[in-house]
Design a protein around this ligand. Structure first.
Ligand code: CU
Length: 277
């Protein structure tokens, strides 16, 4: 799926300052379209039903204006006759057109969320996420580890999520990001945060008695503030790292994950250490 490019005409222009449309916006627009269409169809169907129920209601009085004009069905009677398939078309044809269009549009839109955007102008940062009973560890490209996830605003953040023990599921509801954390496997998810602030990450897979407290703080910081903070971080003690970390979480050798301001890059970033297997 690498290199999937969905034109912006399909998924809409970014709603925020960043050059990449946030997955949260994509999910929100899908929700709004479904809510709008569902409401419209609901109003039309209920109004049509109410109108006819009232218009053709049985009247107790003698002066029923429709007495001679309509033949009301009796309870349990099935409709007879037809009008050249018009009703069938209205009932099934229009529904099918709406449903198939929605499926096609939703599928195309979700492809955009599926794979993190790539390109020369996209300065993505990769963070490894490891779940355990009961908490989360975030590991940055320079090896720094923390139980708080700090990310810069308006930048593509790619998460590689795994678990140390049992099945977990990492999610930040406000940023519309959620993915499985499976021991021995790495799943990926991405997001951009268009607003600075503090959010909460939670576990979405019942994993034991501490599941409900398996949360982590997510701080979205202005880009320059983030770079200044990141420049002061470094990998934990090398020996400790080698002894208690799995090889799958070794810092990635990637120049593309360096912070935007080269001056702020710590020396350790330029030469990531491979953890011995
Ligand atoms: Cu969990």
């Amino acid at each position: 799926m690498a290199g999937y490019v969905i034109p912006h005409t399909v998924v809409g222009a970014p709603l925020h300052g960043g050059s990449v449309r946030a997955p949260a916006d994509v999910f929100n627009s899908i929700f709004e379209v479904f809510l709008g269409l569902g409401t419209l169809v609901g109003v039309v169907v209920v109004a049509y039903t109410m109108y006819h129920a009232l218009k053709y209601r049985e009247s107790a009085s003698e002066d029923d204006p429709y007495a001679d004009k309509v033949e009301r069905p009796s309870m349990g009677e099935l409709p007879t006759g037809g009008s050249g398939g018009r009703k069938v078309f209205y009932s099934f044809g229009i529904s099918a057109i709406i449903v198939i269009s929605l499926i096609a549009w939703t599928y195309t839109t979700l492809l955009y969320v599926e794979t993190a955007p790539e390109g020369d102008n996209i300065d993505a940062m990769e963070i490894d996420v490891e779940g355990y009973r009961f908490g989360w560890t975030f590991r940055y490209p320079n090896g720094y580890e923390s139980s708080t996830l700090r990310v810069p605003k308006d930048r593509v953040v790619e998460l590689n999520v795994t678990s140390r023990d049992v099945f977990h599921n990492f999610g930040i509801p406000e940023l519309r990001v959620k993915t499985d954390a499976v021991p021995g496997q790495s799943t990926s998810a991405w997001f951009t945060a268009p607003e600075t602030g503090t959010y909460e990450a939670k576990c979405y897979e019942l994993c034991g008695s501490g599941h409900s407290v398996m949360t982590a703080t997510v701080r979205v910081m202005p880009g320059d503030e983030y770079n200044a903070w990141y420049a002061n971080t470094s990998a934990p003690n090398e020996t400790a790292m080698a002894s208690n970390q799995s090889a799958s979480l070794a810092p990635r050798e990637s120049a593309s994950v360096a912070p935007t301001a080269p001056a702020a890059a710590p020396a350790s970033l330029t030469a990531p250490q491979e953890v011995p297997a």
